[in-house]
Each structure stands twice: as structure tokens, then as C-alpha cells.
Design a protein around this ligand. Structure first.
Ligand SMILES: Cc1ncc(COP(=O)(O)O)c(C=O)c1O
Length: 392
């Protein structure tokens, strides 16, 4: 079966943040939007079909989560991740970000510490600070473009009385797929210092061919306190539908998470999200495999282009996600200059690295989840401007 990821689909005037939010974020609409983490591709046909079938029924009342939805999760994680999940471990939730916030409320009291490992997806910080918990940073260590968890420092963070570790796995924005040894070390520290781990595995399905993602929950032993967030949102490009799930084997932890959500009364969702979620996990495998091949070719093309034409910009080769972490430090610009250069001169709208916290200065995050031609054109504009010293 073949899928068309090359023909552009216009998303303008659909309310798409990535397109219709450009003026607000970049101050101009005249940029190729390579920022917000969704893709410009059509969802798999199984998802569209399921939505159409549901729309044919003209009543959209309060809706239960059907057993078939839970089964689609159980089957997907067994099939794709060799992780056996029990039905009782699953809690449905709105998007993953609400779960980050709820986990902070559930597992740390006001003033208590939560460990976050920057540079990282920015709601990890706000989940802690807006809830008045203490942010304890364990910055990732970068050596020649390779990122690692600083375990000695993580242990010292845990010794400061932290209650919760927020793990991004795979890690947005640096694209690391943590290996088994690294995950086991995270677990060891969590056990020793009685930490709960919020394992955000939203990018778990977007893995390139050289890497293997291991769900942290699969390595867990009885008594481990692991709350895993999962969703087909990134995988199948349906984040606008706003439904995710939590997998929590430990009954006490499950109760705590449920209680945190109950204070906000966010248990319900809409019938369209449910059918899309279930159809994606039930029938989306072939589409996903094709998507990953396409993204991998684009990723490799970007690496090759930069190496040959713009060696001053170094791509941190991601093992997962359609998000590329670009090291632009050699361009010698300040962060505001860098942002301005890409927007005004190159007309490319990326996320500045600084929004991901410590370690983000001098970096940009490029989203390649779009037709390859748009990426090539963007790279050519960047190249032209750099070669003409247009930033000096
Ligand atoms: C690590 C991570 N978690 C969560 C989200 C967002 O999840 P949701 O849209 O389901 O709230 C993103 C989106 O970029 C992400 O990168």
C-alpha cells in the first residue's frame, strides 16, 4: 500500500495553530511553519472512515469509553511495544499535558520537589511552577551532539527530597530514545529515593530504524511507581482531538491520579475523539510504518544537506520524533538575533531553543512533519542567507 505524504494539503484558515497562529507567534505570516508539533499530513484512512461513520449518527451526547477502546490500547502496546497492559491499569484522560499537570498535583505537595530534565518540552516546567511545586533541574549532558542523562546529578536531585521525576521518553526536543541501561538506572534511583516517575511516552511510536524504544513500564517491578502517558495523537496526527490515556499499574498511584482529575471534572470526552483514537490503534500500523520511512528519508536529507552546505548548523540526529534539534551556536548570534534571522531573512518559522529551558540557547527546533519539498525549500533559503552573510 502506498501513501502520499508529498502532496501539500492547505491548512490555512482551518484554525491550525501552526499556520493561522504565525502572525501572533512570529509577527508575520510570511514563514514556512516548521514549529508546533503536529504534522501536515492527512490522517490514515481508517481514522477518517471511523469519524465519518460516527458523524452519520446525528446525536453527539455524553459518551462512555467503550471496552473496545481499552482493548485497542492493550493490543497496540502488546503488538508494537511488547508491553502487556492490564485493563484496570488504564485511565482515559484529556491530552497528555493535562496529565502532566495532574501528576504534579497528585504526587508532590506544594513546595515539594519535582525533577525535570532540560532542554525539554516546556509544559514540563509550567506543570511544576504553576502548581507551586519546587522545580529541581537535572540538565541533560551534551557531548559532541550526543545527549545523556546526568545520573550522578539526578541522584543528588533525588537526595533533595524530590517526590516526582518527569521523564520525557523519547525525549523532545533532543530526540533521544533512552536505552535499557539508562532506563534501568532511572528505575534504580527512583526505587532508592522513593520517587514516582511520570513517563511521558507520547512519542513512543515515532522511532527511526536504528533505535528501539522500550516502554519504561515494561521494565517495572511490582512496587515501582510509574505513571505512563500514552496517546495516538502525535503518532497519527490527531492531537486536536484531545484524548490520551494513562497506564498506572500501582493501585495507590491510580487512585491519586484519579483524584487529581476529579478536582477538575475532566473525565468525559467527545464521541469523535474516541472513535478516532480506537481506529488509529486498531488499524493504523501500515500507515505508521510508511510515515516513519518518509520521515527518516527527510531526516537524513536534512542531515546531508546541512553537512554539505551549512556545516555551521549541526543537526542532533534524532532517534525518534519528527522534531530536529539544530545546533546553531557556530553562527555566533545571540538568541534574539537567531530567531530574527530565521524569521525575517530565511522566512522559516521554528521554535527557538530557549523555550525548552537550560541548554536551549543557540539551538532551534525544526518540525519536519510536512511535505519534503517544503523542507528542501526552507533549507535552501537558510543556505542562501548564510552564504551571503546576510546575518552579519
Ligand atoms: C513530550 C510531549 N508531551 C505532550 C505533548 C502534548 O500532548 P497533548 O497534545 O496530548 O496534550 C507533546 C507535544 O509536543 C510533547 O512533545
Amino acid at each position: 500500500m502506498s501513501f502520499d505524504f508529498d502532496t501539500p494539503i492547505s491548512r490555512e484558515n482551518t484554525g491550525a495553530v501552526k499556520f493561522d497562529g504565525r502572525k501572533q507567534y512570529f509577527g508575520t505570516e510570511d514563514v514556512t511553519p516548521l514549529w508546533v508539533a503536529d504534522m501536515d499530513f492527512a490522517v490514515p484512512e481508517c481514522v477518517t472512515r471511523a469519524l465519518q461513520e460516527r458523524i452519520n449518527h446525528p446525536v453527539f451526547g455524553y459518551t462512555l469509553y467503550p471496552e473496545s477502546l481499552y482493548q485497542s490500547i492493550i493490543d497496540w502496546f502488546e503488538r508494537r511495544h511488547h508491553w502487556k497492559i492490564e485493563r484496570d491499569w488504564i485511565l482515559m484522560a484529556p491530552g497528555v499535558v493535562p496529565s502532566l499537570f495532574a501528576a504534579v498535583k497528585a504526587f508532590a505537595n506544594e513546595g515539594e520537589g519535582v525533577i525535570v530534565q532540560p532542554p525539554v518540552y516546556f509544559p514540563f516546567f509550567s506543570a511544576v511552577t504553576t502548581n507551586h511545586r519546587k522545580l529541581i533541574l537535572n540538565p541533560l549532558r551534551e557531548t559532541h551532539g550526543h545527549y545523556e542523562i546526568d545520573f550522578a546529578h539526578l541522584e543528588s536531585c533525588a537526595q533533595q527530597g524530590a517526590k516526582l521525576l518527569m521523564l520525557c521518553t523519547p525525549h523532545n526536543p533532543v530526540g533521544r530514545v533512552w536505552n535499557e541501561k539508562e532506563l534501568q538506572e532511572v528505575l534504580r534511583i527512583a526505587r532508592q529515593y522513593d520517587l514516582t516517575i511520570l513517563s511521558d511516552d507520547i512519542h513512543a511510536d515515532l522511532i527511526y530504524s536504528e533505535a528501539t524504544h522500550i516502554m519504561l513500564g515494561r521494565l517495572a517491578q511490582p512496587g515501582d511507581k510509574i505513571v505512563t502517558t500514552i496517546a495516538p495523537n502525535k503518532t497519527f496526527n490527531i492531537p486536536g482531538l484531545g484524548l490520551s490515556a494513562l497506564v498506572i499499574p500501582n493501585v495507590e498511584q491510580r487512585k491519586a491520579m484519579k483524584a487529581a482529575f476529579e478536582t477538575l471534572h475532566v473525565g468525559n470526552t467527545n464521541p469523535l475523539s474516541i472513535v478516532a483514537f480506537e481506529a488509529a490503534y486498531r488499524d493504523g500500523d501500515v500507515w505508521l510504518d510508511a510515515l516513519m520511512k518518509y520521515l527518516e528519508s527527510t531526516r537524513d536529507l536534512v542531515a546531508d544537506f546541512l553537512q554539505k552546505n551549512i556545516p555551521q548548523i549541526k543537526m542532533i540526529k534524532p532517534e525518534a520524533t519528527y522534531l530536529l534539534w539544530l545546533d546553531c551556536r557556530e553562527l555566533g548570534m545571540t538568541d534574539p538575533q537567531l530567531r530574527d534571522f530565521f524569521i525575517r531573512k530565511c522566512k522559516v518559522g521554528m521554535n527557538p531553543g530557549t523555550v525548552f529551558g537550560e541548554g536551549g540557547s543557540g539551538f532551534m527546533r525544526m518540525n519536519i512533519g510536512t511535505a519534503r519539498a517544503a523542507i528542501v525549500e526552507s533549507l535552501e533559503r537558510i543556505c542562501e542567507n548564510i552564504n551571503h552573510n546576510n546575518f552579519k
